[in-house]
Design a protein around this ligand. Sequence first.
Ligand code: NAD
Length: 509
Amino acid sequence: MATTAVQRLMETRSGHLFLGGEYVASAGALHDVIDPATEQRSGRYADATPDEVDGAVAAAAVAQREWWAMSALDRAAALHVVADRMLAATATVGECLTREMGKPFRESNWEGGASAGAFRYYAELARHDQGRIAGPAIAGQVHMTMKEPLGTVVSIVPFNFPVLLFGWQAAGALAAGNAIIVKPSDLTPLTLLLLMESFRDLPPGLVQVVTGGAEVGQALVAHRDTHGVAFTGSVGAARAVARAAADRFKPALIEASGNDAFIVMPSADVATAARGAAFAAFLNCGQVCTSAERFFVHRDVHDEFLGALAREASALRVGGGLEASVDIGPMAAARERDRVERIVGEAVAAGARVVCGGRRPPGRTTGWFYEPTVLSVHPDNPVMHGECFGPLAPVAAVGSLDEAIARANGSELGLGANIYTTDLSEAFRAVREIETGIVWVNTPLNDNDAVPFGGRKFTGSGRELGAEGLEQFRRSKMVMIAPDAAPDPEWFPYPDGDDYPSVSGGGAS
Ligand code: NAD
C-alpha cells in the first residue's frame, strides 16, 4: 500500500529530538515504534543521551529568559499563534497519533483542537493578573506578592492522550512564563515531535522534546537546572518522579492512575445511562485515566442496565483507527492487551461472569485488539479494586446510594466518579461525599479548560486547567516598597524603656 505524507514525515522525524527550535538527529540508541493495528514499524525513537539532556536544559534557560522579558500581551499573542497552528495541524498530528497508539482518527484529530483551546484560555488568563497588592502593614508602603515563573518545567506524559495532556501542561507552564521540556511515552514519541511545528515561532528552546524511557525522565527531573515537574502516568512512575523532585524540593504536579466509579440509581433513564456508560468505559479502548472502571448499579435497575450496556458494547465497531466506521481501536501495545487479558482472567477466576466480549475479536489475527467486555461481578471481586485501563466494564449490584458511595470511596485512587440520577438530593450527596477530584452527574468524562482537573489519594496532587493550573507553574515573590524611604521606628537603637524589667531594677513578678 502507498505510504501517506504523514508516514513519510514520521520516517523523517524518526530518531530525532526537538532541541533549540530544530529537529536534531539523536546520538542515542534507537527503538521501533509499532502501529498497534498492523504490528508494522511506524517509526523509531531515540534514547536521548545525557549530553543531549544537558543541551536541552541549557537551551531552555536562555529561551525562558527571552520569553519572560517579553510583555504579557506579546506572550499571549504568541500562544494564540501556537493554537492556530495546532488547529491547522490536527489531521497530520492525529494520523501520526493513530499510527502510534491506535485510537480512531476522529479521536486523535480531536485532540489537537482540544489542546489548542487550553492555549487560548491560558493566553488570556495569564495576562489578567501577575500577583496581588495587599493592604500595607506599614502606612504609606506598597506590599505585594508578584508571581514569577518557576523557570524550566519538565513535562512527562503518557501514551493515551499525549497531545491533550502535554497541551494542558504546556499551555499553563508557558503562559506562566516558563520553558518546558517534554519527555513523551515510548509509545507516542513521534506525535509530540510532529506537534513541535506548532511551536516554531516561539524563542528557540522554549519548548523541546527529549525522547527516551524512564531514565531520560529521571535525568530531567533530577537535573540541577530544571525547576518544576508536571507528570501524568501510572502510580508507580509517579512515585519515582515525586521522590526525585522532592530531593531537590521542586514543585511536582502529579496526575496518576484512576479507577472511577459509575453509579446508576433507579431515577435515571437506564437506556441513556447505558449509552453514557459505554462511552465512559470504552472510549479510547478504555485507556482513559477517567475511564469508568467500577459500575455500582442499584439492584432495582441492575438487570435492565446490565442488558442495555451489553447491547451497547456488542454494537461497538472494533477496527484499525484509520479504517472506516470504527468506534474502538486496538490497545496501544501488546503488553497492554496482555495485561487486560490477565485482569479479565483473574476476575473470572474470582467468580465474574462474562456478559459480552472477554476475547480477541474473531477474524482479527493482526493487531492488539480486544472486544469491549462487560462482566457481571460481586462488588468485592478483585477487579473492582485496581485500574484495568482497558475496554472492560465490571458491573455490580448495590442496595442503596449509601452502599454505592461507600464502595466508590473504598479505593486508594481518587480521580473521578460518575452518577446517573435525576434525584437532586442524590446528586448533591454524591458531589459532597465521593472522595475524588471530579464528580460527573449525568455527563460522563467531560472537561472544561476553565475548571481544574486532578485527583486525590494515590491519583496525585495538584491540578491542571483553571486558575489552579496556572498557579501550579508560578511562584510568589514577596515585595515591599517604601516610596518615601523614611527611617523605620523599629530600627536600632532600641529605646531604654523596653528593657527586661530586672535590668532596670524591677524584675518580673
Ligand atoms: P507510565 O507511568 O508507564 O508512563 C508515563 C510516562 O512516565 C512515560 O513518559 C514514561 O516513560 C514515564 N516514566 C515511567 N517511569 C518513569 C520514571 N521512573 N521516571 C520518570 N519517568 C518515567 O504510564 P502510561 O502507561 O503511559 O499511561 C497510563 C497511566 O497513566 C494510567 O495509569 C492512567 O490512569 C494514567 N493517566 C493519568 C491521567 C491523569 O490525569 N490523572 C491522565 C492520563 C493517564
